[in-house]
Design a protein around this ligand. Structure first.
Ligand code: 23J
Ligand code: MN
Length: 255
């Protein structure tokens, strides 16, 4: 079987789609309101570059919050999951799984505060079958097109950020009544921009991480995935005690 996979990769019958946004000083980061502390973004600090500090080599120190760019949320990130897994304790087996891709990009273009409801997911299941056990629900909103521009990506005004997300009831249902492994999104976090005002606040974080499930954020190229059949490899760094990690996220897609 793996020999066949290698053959299919070589012939382009299995395509590798990179779901990861590039990391740089321009990578957008979430902005929380006062009085909460905010995360630093991503920066490189040069150690040497073929110079007196290291004549034949170039290398850097990376500086970044755990939750910068395309990244993984571990259960312990949220207070509801405080007894759960940290990033290093997530079993490698769970980092490869099927994907269900739900596209609400048209709705989100018309309404940046669009929220996914249980009925939307049930309608998707009516067309495509049940959500995959041990797999990701990947929620396409079209927000990846904004990821090069922090202002457009966060889409904030006087009333706060306006980015699409998931309703509190749908977040609870996904966490407790579906067999998914986690939720992947194109936005800066798994929750909607307005989710600070929801009950509970940040319901995707509260319900999914509280149920031992995972989050993936700032994904790219979900438009290149079929509704079912893709295999996702999500690779956070095994940071001991960590609450999350920038991740390389890849999808295998049969063409
Ligand atoms: C901390 C507080 C609130 C949120 C977040 C982080 C994230 O979205 C995240 O990256 O986990 S909403
Ligand atoms: Mn996060």
């Amino acid at each position: 079987m793996l020999a066949e996979l290698i053959q299919m990769l070589a012939e382009g019958r299995v395509e590798v789609v990179d779901l990861t946004q590039p990391l740089s000083e321009r990578t957008p980061v979430i902005r929380l309101p006062e009085p909460f502390v905010n995360t630093p973004g991503f920066t490189l600090e040069e150690l040497s570059r073929y110079d007196e500090r290291g004549p034949a080599w170039y290398w850097n120190t990376i500086h970044a919050g755990e939750h910068v760019g395309t990244h993984f949320d571990a259960p312990v990130h949220w207070v509801t999951g405080r007894e759960g897994e940290d990033t290093a304790r997530v079993p490698a087996r769970r980092l490869i799984g099927p994907a269900a891709v739900l596209d609400k990009s048209a709705e989100c273009a018309a309404d940046p505060d669009f929220l996914l409801e249980v009925d939307h997911v049930l309608a998707w299941e009516g067309s495509h079958g049940p959500l995959p056990a041990g797999g990701w629900l990947l929620y396409r909103t079209g927000w990846d097109a904004r990821a090069a521009d922090q202002a457009a990506y966060l889409n904030a005004d006087e009333s706060g950020p306006h980015t699409p997300g998931i309703s509190p009831e749908c977040a609870r249902w996904l966490a407790e009544e579906t067999p998914i492994l986690g939720l992947g999104v194109e936005t800066v976090g798994t929750d909607a921009g307005a989710a600070h005002s929801f009950d509970p606040p940040f319901p995707c974080h509260a319900h999914l991480l509280g149920a031992g499930k995972y989050g993936l954020t700032q994904l790219a190229n979900l438009a290149r995935l079929p509704p079912t059949g893709a295999v996702v490899v999500a690779a956070p760094l095994p940071i001991e005690g960590g609450s999350g990690s920038p991740a390389r996220v890849l999808a295998l897609v049969e063409r």
